[in-house]
Design a protein around this ligand. Structure first.
Ligand code: URA
Length: 408
């Protein structure tokens, strides 16, 4: 039976709900082995899935665990998800902006096995910040301060955790149907009324072109329709790292700088404003232009910054105690010219080598290490100028400057 199902996908035939349920729940309870599921996932990567199969898979994922219900909280709950990128700390800017404008934000995020930690790892760089709130604590907090940023409960889509871990080590992440069902099952089970997806495209992302991103976005909109959730998506560039910092504590500090109004225009700030405007438009049922004015004001008058401070203090964190290594190493320019490219993938790999992410599940993330760019694309540099500062712990990898920076 299991072999028949795998073989059916190998030849590109459509599987029924019953067949998918048998296979995936069989994997969860140990009847299907890793190598059988790996083989099936690779067949999906190659042959794809029909909409009906993706809808069935999303339901199987959701039904594998609990679903949260926040209908007793007044207001439209809007959630955001990014498909993942290098230096992607948008949640720390976007979520407080949205919450500061009266829209309840209950965001449950994950950890990362990529080049740096995930949102939860980044939050753990703030000393004392509690990332494992119970459902009861989440409810109390959202009633008290309208804003929660916590880890995903163990009971929420457990199927995604095991399947994602397998995809990660079998080169089967890059599949539109698998990405869509993975993301949408988590977002639907976490109880949001409306969902915004930030789909990254570029060498530091899972998708390499806009056509694929649009296909993924449209599919997620169709999944959302089935569950009565409005889904919008934004396609954003991931050929260049977002902003200046890549690394857990460094990224939180950069987000704080944006909320303090210290940085007002670069690829990171611009994306944060765009995503926040979309979410506020969804949450308040207003146009994106109207929303943008509110968003900009919430940064300018520091209400969003104060909301973030309120969140950190409510969840036990000390905002003045963020892990940053005090051992630094400077990367200098080897020529004069203008920076025309900063390679996101290479910066991600460098951050990983420094210890900001995990190469293996058992690795421990070093919250204090990472890369801080001193210059962004478009800036002129002279030979000897500092291009980037590495925050290191014990090991400094070999660096090929010309692979990271293109200076013409
Ligand atoms: N993010 C997810 O949550 N799942 C995927 O499959 C890819 C990105």
């Amino acid at each position: 039976m299991i072999l028949d199902i795998i073989d059916k996908k190998r030849v590109g035939k459509e599987l029924s709900y019953k067949e998918l349920d048998y296979l995936f729940n069989g994997y969860l309870n140990g009847d299907v082995c890793d190598y059988q599921m790996s083989s099936f996932l690779m067949a999906v990567c190659i042959n794809g899935m029909t909409d009906e199969e993706v809808f069935a898979l999303t339901k199987i994922f959701i039904d594998s665990g609990d679903s949260l219900d926040f209908s007793s909280i007044p207001g439209i709950k809007v959630d955001k998800h990014s498909t993942g990128g290098i230096g992607d700390k948008t949640t720390f800017v976007v979520a407080p902006i949205v919450a500061s404008l009266g829209i309840p934000v209950i965001k449950m995020s994950g950890r990362g096995l990529g080049y740096t930690g995930g949102t939860i790892d980044k939050l753990e760089s703030i000393k004392g910040y509690k990332v494992d709130l119970s459902e009861k604590e989440i409810m109390k907090q959202v009633k008290d301060i309208n804003f929660v940023l916590t880890g995903q409960s163990h009971d929420l889509v457990p199927m995604d955790k095991v399947i994602y871990a397998l995809r990660d080590v079998t080169a089967t992440v890059k599949s539109i149907p698998l990405i869509a069902s993975s993301i949408m099952s988590k977002k639907i089970a976490s109880g949001a009324d409306k969902i915004l997806i930030d789909i990254k495209v570029g060498n530091g992302a899972f998708l390499s072109n806009k056509e694929e991103a649009k296909k993924l976005g449209d599919l997620m909109v169709r999944i959302g329709n089935i569950y009565g959730r409005e889904v919008r998506y934004v396609i954003s560039d991931m050929n260049t790292p977002l902003g200046y910092s890549v690394g857990n504590g460094l990224e939180v500090i950069e987000a704080l700088d944006v909320l303090k109004g210290k940085e007002t225009s670069n690829n990171f700030v611009n994306l944060c404003i765009d995503l926040s405007s979309e979410m506020v438009s969804m949450g308040l049922n207003i146009s994106k232009d109207e929303a943008r004015k509110l968003v900009v004001k919430s940064i300018e008058d520091k209400t969003a910054y104060n909301k973030f401070l309120e969140l950190v203090s409510y969840q036990g964190g000390d905002i003045n105690n963020i892990s940053i290594s005090n051992k630094k190493c400077i990367i200098k320019s080897n020529k004069n010219g203008e920076i025309t490219k900063i390679n996101a993938l290479e910066i991600g790999k460098l951050a990983l080598e420094l210890g900001a992410g995990k190469k293996n599940i058992k690795d421990k993330i070093d919250y204090g290490v990472g890369v801080r760019l001193n210059k962004l694309i478009g800036e002129k540099v002279k030979k000897g100028d500092t291009l980037a500062t590495l925050y290191v712990n014990n090991k400094v990898p070999n660096i090929d400057i010309d692979k990271i920076f293109t200076i013409c």
